[in-house]
Design a protein around this ligand. Structure first.
Ligand SMILES: [Zn+2]
Ligand SMILES: [Zn+2]
Length: 101
């Protein structure tokens, strides 16, 4: 079974699966870690989620993979990331770049 990112559905190469810089576990209900279901996300998707949503928003409105995938705020990002092979992008840099436009 290949591991894929739950959000962008890109395949994680086997040799990176144990690399926390490439794949991370996301708690669908942040701050309720003990009871929260988790999903595997590639690092860019995980960084992006936490850059765009507060823990409260995640917990209240986006606590399933389906709602995250359907979130308006993520559509541009998902379209973009699906076209790349990158597993370690610097999200804080791209946010800064966006603000300068
Ligand atoms: Zn991803
Ligand atoms: Zn997370």
């Amino acid at each position: 079974m290949p591991t894929t990112c739950a959000l962008c559905r890109r395949r994680i190469p086997d040799e990176r699966i144990d690399d926390p810089a490439a794949v991370q576990e996301h708690h669908l209900r942040p701050e309720r870690r003990a009871e929260s279901p988790t999903v595997q996300l590639c690092r860019p998707c995980h960084d992006q989620l936490h850059a765009l949503f507060t823990n409260e928003e995640l917990r209240e409105s986006y606590d399933t993979v389906e709602t995250l995938r359907g979130a308006d705020r993520l559509q541009g990002y998902i379209d973009w990331i699906r076209g790349t092979e990158k597993l370690d992008i610097d999200v804080s840099t791209s946010n800064r770049v966006r603000e300068r436009r």
